[in-house]
Write a protein that binds this ligand. Structure first.
Ligand code: SAH
Ligand code: SF4
Ligand code: F3S
Length: 568
């Protein structure tokens, strides 16, 4: 590879939530259009980008350690370009440049449309500088695009939203990229200000994308072969678009007067006359993009669930019976301290209502509810924690993402509430809750045994992927590499053996217990987001199965991972 090519080869690693995954996809599309290519290993890249998350300290630690590695590499390769995108860039701001001199580019999530220009500038500046002028080299290539404290100001908000909208609209939809499944953003930012959370400051104020753009994107994706769409937003069910309205700093729509020429005669119209609610949006996508066979959405906010949304879900066969609706705690005192704006009673009322509308196990359509919980939040007592356990038992969540509270600078809790639950107590509560959730998930999974469910095939199972990686490593090392699973030697790849990744275009000869029956194991998801693994039928290439919806009879369950057999 020539030096010129190297500057066009990018390694991009994504941390954090689905929103970041989608942002990375959009940035990759924009960079590809400028002639950049992507590689799987950072060592092979002249440009290394991290799309980062700030939600917990652990998420940031991972990035800090990557940046440490890059600093070492840069001593040998001064022309390497390192970029930090996403929430951590926004949260740390320009301070990061002092802490991590290896960083050349910083770009917050609200400025990603500027990313291609920043990178182009950085690369060009680098190329025009002499490598022996260390100082100029280090400083001049640095490029920043952050919203800083402007991110909640109405003027800049509308402008930022417009240019960001261009990034979503310019999405290049290529049939090979998506494996039949895609994310579509409906809302940016968040206005809830839960006291522990960085998202309102990193992603800015809540903005809703125009419904026509969303529906159009879904249609384009369906035309490109996508059959599963997940709508994204921090509080998706809060979606509400007032046509022709501007947005104030608090996210409230400001009606605007305009002229309508509909029906041949002009009249004044006020924005707000026509509103697209979340229920309307779901109905429109379901009707206007029927190629989308599975429509789901994350993340929902418990307080904002109207019956209108539940009714549309009930009446639309292609909308999944799945809700990811974090409760965060089972104690009213803790919920109030978190500023969640609902009580445990409200949450239970919502679950009861949702089940009344949507839980139809006898029709093969049970409602599946997932959530998030934070343990060890400021002031959480043993009694509060017991109430959280109680809530998990009562709701029978399919699964919960359980996190230890991590104080985040810049949040209200960080400034005003002491982080007074000792680390060991947080850890113990976290483990206890994981164990309890495991029991509940086991029970939920057992409920599926014996049933036939439609599943969306996503790819090789985790076991199969590990096996492929080991095989590839054996292939790369050439010969005589022992493959081990759980410390046990399960096979020997002899000289001339090849991998089963398809990269070398030949058949595998790698053995392990999973492959002993000659079948390749696939992973898939039910409508309610349970994992189902099953064997790819003999004589069928896995690629021919991936991205399809097929019926599978569930034979056993371990937690929410179900094992099944493909049905004819
Ligand atoms: N908008 C979503 C969640 C976004 S952040 C919602 O309100 O449900 C994803 C999850 O990270 C949150 O649900 C919460 O459980 C967790 N989280 C956020 N901030 C955290 C913090 N400071 N410490 C620990 N977990 C946190
Ligand atoms: Fe964070 Fe709360 Fe907004 Fe979710 S709703 S992103 S937890 S502030
Ligand atoms: Fe993390 Fe930002 Fe998502 S903080 S969870 S990447 S919105």
């Amino acid at each position: 590879m020539s030096a010129g090519d190297r500057h066009k080869s990018v390694y991009l690693e994504t941390f954090g939530c689905q929103m970041n995954e989608l942002d990375s996809e959009l940035v990759m599309g924009a960079l590809r259009a400028l002639g950049y290519g992507f590689v799987h290993e950072p060592d092979a890249a002249g440009v290394v980008l991290y799309n980062t998350c700030s939600v917990r300290d652990l998420a940031e630690q991972k990035v800090r350690s990557r940046l440490g590695e890059m600093a070492v590499r840069k001593r040998k390769e001064p022309d390497l370009v390192v970029g930090v995108l996403g929430c951590m860039a926004e949260r740390d701001g320009a301070k990061m440049l002092h802490k991590f001199p290896a960083v050349d580019i910083m770009c917050g999530p609200g400025e990603l449309d500027k990313m291609p220009a920043l990178l182009d500038n950085a690369v060009r500046t680098r190329q025009s500088l002499r490598a022996d002028d260390d100082d100029a080299w280090a400083r001049s290539a640095r490029q920043l695009a952050l919203q800083g404290d402007t991110s909640r100001r109405s003027g800049t908000l509308a402008a930022a939203s417009d240019t960001l909208e261009m990034l979503d609209l310019s999405r290049s939809v290529s049939p090979i990229d998506h494996g039949g499944s895609a994310y579509v953003r409906i809302t940016r930012g968040c206005n809830k200000f839960c006291t522990y959370c960085v998202v309102p400051s990193t992603r800015g104020a809540e903005m809703h994308r125009p419904p026509d753009h969303i529906v159009e994107e879904c249609k384009r994706l369906a035309d490109a072969g996508v059959i599963e769409v997940t709508l994204l937003g921090q509080t998706v069910n809060h979606y509400r678009f007032e046509h022709g309205a501007a947005v104030r700093v608090d996210g409230v729509m400001q009606p605007q007067k305009g002229r309508s020429h509909k029906g041949g005669h002009a009249r004044d119209v006020y924005a707000g006359e026509r509103v697209t609610t979340f229920a309307d949006l779901l109905r429109r996508i379901h009707e206007e993009a029927p190629g989308i066979q599975r429509l789901r959405f994350v993340t929902s906010y418990p307080r904002d669930f109207g019956d209108d949304v539940l009714a549309v879900m009930r009446d639309s066969p292609r909308i999944c019976r799945y809700l990811h609706c974090p409760a965060q705690s089972g104690s009213d005192v803790v919920l109030a301290r978190m500023n969640r704006g609902y009580t445990v009673g409200d949450y239970l009322e919502f679950v009861e209502r949702a089940r009344a509308f949507l839980d139809e196990p006898e029709q093969g359509r049970p409602l599946s509810i997932a959530g998030d919980v934070i343990v060890g939040f400021c002031g959480e007592t043993d009694a509060d924690f017991e109430q959280t356990k109680d809530l998990l038992r009562r709701v029978k969540f399919k699964n919960n993402f359980i996190f230890k509270y991590s104080p985040r600078p810049g949040t209200t809790a960080f400034d005003r509430l002491p982080d007074d639950v000792p680390e060991q107590v947080k850890r113990d509560r976290c483990n206890e809750l994981i164990a309890l959730q495991q029991e509940i998930s086991d029970e939920v999974g057992q409920g599926y045994v014996g049933q036939t469910v439609d599943v969306f095939v996503q790819g090789l199972s985790a076991v199969e992927t590990k096996r492929a990686k080991r095989a590839q490593a054996a292939h790369q090392h050439g010969n005589g590499v022992a493959l081990t699973i759980g410390g046990r030697s399960v096979g020997e790849a002899d000289e001339g053996d090849c991998c089963d990744t398809g990269a070398c275009g030949c058949a595998t000869s790698v053995q392990d217990p999973g492959a002993a029956n000659g079948h390749i194991q696939l992973t898939s998801r039910t409508d309610g987001d349970l994992i189902v693994v099953f064997d790819c039928p003999a004589g069928t290439a896995p690629d021919a199965m991936i991205g399809r919806i097929v019926p599978v009879r569930v034979t056993s369950a371990k937690g929410i991972t179900l094992q099944g057999v493909l049905q004819p």
